[in-house]
Design a protein. Structure first.
Length: 514
C-alpha cells in the first residue's frame, strides 16, 4: 500500500457526516423539493443522459469492498479500481471537492471522493448540479483510505442509476411506527433494525427447511383458494370465481389438504404458507400471516412436540448463534434445554384451588368465570375451561411451555386422549407469553371425524362464523385409511416475535394496515 498524495488536500471529511437536525419535511416542502428534482431530471434528459438507465457497469458490491479493504491503514491507496453502486445518504460539496456516503442494501456504506483533478470540471459540475440525497449512483475509481482512515473510492467516473424525486426522511430522527409499517421501503432505507429483521426472517425460514430436510420431510404446496373453509376455527375471507361461478374461501389453514397427502402415502410433509383469517388485528394477530404446518405419519403429539422444540431451537441458533436470544429491548430470553410440559386441567386446578376435570359442570365453570370477571357466552363446556385457563394460568407462563390435553369439544380435528375421556391429545406451545404453535395426535377415524364435523355444522347453523362445515371430500379421503399421525402448526411471524421481541407488524415485511 502506498500513501495517497492528495490526502492532505482532501482532509477525509469522512463523508462529512452532515447531520440535518430539522424535522421531517411537510407535504408542501416535499412538493417543493419534488419540483426541484423533476427539473434536474429534465436537465439530465436534455443533456442526453438517462435518469433511469437500464443498467450501470457495477463490478463490486459495497459490503464486499468493505470486507476486502476494511482494515486499510489511514492515508493509503491500493491501486485497485472498483465500480460500485449505492444510494447517496450523506453529501458535502466544496469548490473542488465533493464527498458522498453511498449506502448498499444491507446498510453498509462507503465514501465516494470526487475531485476536480480526477474527474475534470465538466463531470464534477455535473455531479453538483443534479445529485441529491436519495439518488442511486454508480461510481468507479481506486480504493483508498482517507487521511482519517475512512475507506473511500477516489472517483474517476460516475453515472446516475436512478434519480430520486422525493427526499429521504431525516436519517437522524426516529421514524414513527405508522411510517415504518406503511412505508416499509423507507424503514428499510434508514433503520438497521428493519434490515436485520428481514434477514432474521430469511435465516429462520432457511433453518426450518434445513431441519425438515434432515428429518426426511417433503415440502408441499396446497391450495390457497378453497371451496370449503376448514382446518381451524376461524372466520374466513369469502370471494367468488367467475370462471367456475362458485363461492370460494381464502384458506384459514392448509391442514385438510396436507392430511389428504398423508393418506396418499406422503408420510413426512410440511408447508410454509400464507393463511387468511377475517378477524381482528392486534400485537399478536394479523388477518394475513405466514404459517408452518407439518405432519409425520406413525408419530403422535409427543413426537411432534420434540420436533417442534428442535425447529425453534435451531432457528434461534441460525438467527442469534445461541439458544439465548436478545430481544429488541435488550432482554435476553432462553430457548434452550428441555421445555416444560403441563396439563391444561391440572394447571387450572392448581391455579383456582379446586379440581377441574372434563366432567366439571358448566354451572361450576360459569361461577368460577363470574368470580374472575370473565364475560363469556358459549355453549361448549371446553370453551369455559380454556377461558378460565387463559385468565388464571397463561399470564404466569414465561419460559417455553407445552400446555397439553385440551377439551374434546373445542378440538374437532384431534384424536381422543388414549387414557382420559373428554380430553384430546393436543398441545399449545407458549413462548414469551403467547401461543406460538399447536400440535395434535391427529384424528384419523373417519366415523368420529364425521360426527365432529356434524357437530360443527350445527354450531355454524346456529350462527357461529368460525365453525367448520362437513367436508365430504376430506371424509372420503380418510375413509381410504390415514395412518396414525402427529401434526403441528406454527406461525412464522410469531416465531420471529419470539426470536426478536418485536410485535407482529414489525416481523411482517408489508403488513396489512387500514
Amino acid at each position: 500500500m502506498t500513501r495517497h498524495p492528495q490526502a492532505a488536500v482532501l482532509q477525509d471529511e469522512e463523508t462529512q457526516r452532515v447531520t440535518d437536525q430539522t424535522p421531517e419535511p411537510t407535504e408542501a416542502e416535499v412538493s417543493e423539493q419534488k419540483a426541484v428534482r423533476l427539473d434536474k431530471r429534465a436537465q439530465l434528459l436534455a443533456s442526453g443522459t438517462e435518469p433511469y438507465p437500464v443498467g450501470v457497469p457495477v463490478t463490486d458490491a459495497i459490503p464486499d469492498v468493505r470486507a476486502r479493504f476494511g482494515e486499510l491503514e489511514a492515508d493509503a491507496r491500493t491501486g485497485v479500481r472498483v465500480s460500485v453502486a449505492g444510494r447517496v445518504v450523506h453529501s458535502r460539496i466544496t469548490g473542488k471537492l465533493c464527498f458522498a456516503a453511498l449506502q448498499a442494501g444491507d446498510g453498509s456504506r462507503i465514501q465516494a471522493m470526487l475531485s476536480l483533478a480526477e474527474l475534470g470540471e465538466e463531470s464534477l459540475e455535473g455531479w453538483k448540479a443534479v445529485i441529491d440525497l436519495g439518488d442511486l449512483v454508480q461510481v468507479a475509481g481506486e480504493v483508498i483510505s482517507s487521511r482519517r482512515g475512512e475507506l473511500s473510492i477516489l472517483v474517476d467516473e460516475w453515472r446516475m442509476a436512478a434519480k430520486a424525486l422525493r427526499p429521504l426522511p431525516n436519517l437522524h430522527a426516529e421514524l414513527s411506527e405508522e411510517t415504518r409499517v406503511r412505508s416499509r421501503y423507507l424503514d428499510l432505507l434508514v433503520r438497521d433494525r428493519a434490515r436485520q429483521t428481514v434477514r432474521a426472517r430469511a435465516a429462520t425460514v432457511s433453518s426450518l427447511r434445513r431441519t425438515f430436510d434432515e428429518h426426511g420431510f417433503l415440502e408441499l404446496e396446497t391450495p390457497m383458494l378453497q371451496v370449503q373453509h376448514g382446518g381451524a376455527s376461524a372466520r374466513p375471507f369469502v370471494t367468488r370465481s367467475n370462471a367456475f361461478d362458485t363461492e370460494l374461501f381464502l384458506r384459514i389453514a392448509p391442514e385438510l389438504y396436507l392430511k389428504r397427502a398423508v393418506v396418499g402415502g406422503l408420510d413426512r410433509i410440511f408447508e410454509i404458507n400464507r393463511n387468511f383469517r377475517n378477524e381482528g388485528a392486534d400485537s399478536t394477530h394479523s388477518p394475513e400471516f405466514a404459517m408452518l404446518e407439518a405432519y409425520e405419519a406413525y408419530s403422535d403429539y409427543d413426537g411432534i412436540a420434540d420436533l417442534t422444540q428442535e425447529l425453534v431451537q435451531n432457528a434461534a441458533l441460525a438467527v442469534a448463534g445461541s439458544h439465548v436470544v436478545t430481544w429488541a429491548d435488550g432482554t435476553e430470553y432462553d430457548l434452550g434445554g428441555e421445555w416444560a410440559r403441563i396439563g391444561m386441567y391440572e394447571s387450572l386446578s392448581d391455579a383456582v384451588g379446586d379440581e377441574i376435570t372434563p366432567e366439571t359442570p358448566v354451572s361450576r365453570l360459569e361461577k368460577l368465570a363470574d368470580d374472575a370477571g370473565i364475560e363469556l357466552d358459549h355453549p361448549l363446556r371446553g370453551k369455559w375451561v380454556e377461558e378460565l385457563w387463559e385468565h388464571h394460568v397463561k399470564p404466569g407462563l414465561t419460559a417455553p411451555t407445552f400446555v397439553r390435553d385440551f377439551p374434546v369439544d373445542t378440538s374437532p380435528l384431534v384424536r381422543d386422549h388414549r387414557f382420559r375421556a373428554g380430553v384430546v391429545e393436543k398441545w399449545d406451545l407458549y413462548v414469551r407469553g403467547f401461543e406460538l404453535a399447536t400440535g395434535y395426535s391427529e384424528l384419523v377415524d373417519p366415523v368420529i371425524q364425521r360426527e365432529r364435523f356434524v357437530a360443527q355444522a350445527v354450531l355454524a347453523a346456529g350462527g357461529d362464523p368460525e365453525a367448520m362445515r362437513v367436508d365430504e371430500d376430506f371424509l372420503q379421503a380418510l375413509e381410504h385409511g390415514m395412518p396414525p399421525t402427529g401434526g403441528m402448526g406454527m406461525g412464522i411471524d410469531r416465531l420471529l416475535m419470539a426470536l426478536t421481541g418485536l410485535g407482529i407488524r414489525e416481523t411482517i415485511l408489508f403488513p396489512l394496515v387500514k
